[in-house]
Ligand binder design. Sequence first.
Ligand SMILES: [Fe+2]
Ligand SMILES: [Fe+2]
Length: 330
Amino acid sequence: MVSKTAVSKTVDQEVRETPKDEQAYLRLVERLSKASVEKHWEPYIDIEWDDPVMKIDLSDPRWEVPAIDSLGGHPWYKAQSQEVRSGIGLYRFANAAKVGVQFENLLNRGLYTYAFKLPNGSAEFRYAYHEAIEEGHHGMMFQELVNRTGFDIPGLPAILRLTAQFVPMLGRFFPELFFFFVLGGEDPIDYVQRRMLAEDENIHPLAERIMRIHVAEEARHLSFARSYLRRRLPQIGFIRKRILRVAIPMILGQMSRIMLAPSRAMVRHFNIPSEVMDEAYRHNPRARAEVKASLAKVRNLAVELGLVDGFTKQIWKAYRIWDEPAQAAA
Ligand SMILES: [Fe+2]
Ligand SMILES: [Fe+2]
């Protein structure tokens, strides 16, 4: 009999400390590895997919878009039938899961590429493998959810499915950029899932279980990526820093849009009028503020590490993801 790990009602937080030297950094990495052994979940052991309470049903209002989603307050959305409102909410949730499957696939390959060159005795090797195994489980968990919705969701746009294939190479040749890419994918989703768990009183139990497992394990991944970058950045050369200054806002601008905005496939599927999309998202200050807030932690890290200057701040502003650090507390 395989025992199940309980999923706590309190959500694990990221380790906030900044290791002051190499030894403190290594101790933190070892602590994260130990936590991965003590607290982890498996999708086909810890989620009761076939339990009737987990069943997905579009007459269930718990699948409507969450409060954080500005489409929910739009008159067009409110005028739709229960099935359409729940369908849109379910599609939104499952689309984020499908993008998560694809992102975590790239992330996993990058982690293995990164770990390939690490020396014997490396604490980072063990942690990278723990993280890759957890991301493998997340990919299975998200794909199983997508399969059970009945929607054939493509996830990333075709052009990005192709161009993103270079990302795993960064794990070997430019790990600092790779771990900013990791944060660009993980931070916005973590932000949204934490908000939903904290604020939505009426979450479907399947969505809740998936999100609780995910945020608990992501807390470790985010701690590792941030600690790794804090330790590595002072050691890299001028050219690499220059590339990071330009590449980071471009990556974050693209990734937050893909992770948080509704997909074109969904808009087509539900025939959502273009003006509704404009009013709910593109021209809606509240939706823009949520995107900026979801990037606050990674943006603050870029500032802390000297990766934003007068020129590259303009790139952040062009993507409409800039906020002054003092106002953007995580
Ligand atoms: Fe994940
Ligand atoms: Fe992760």
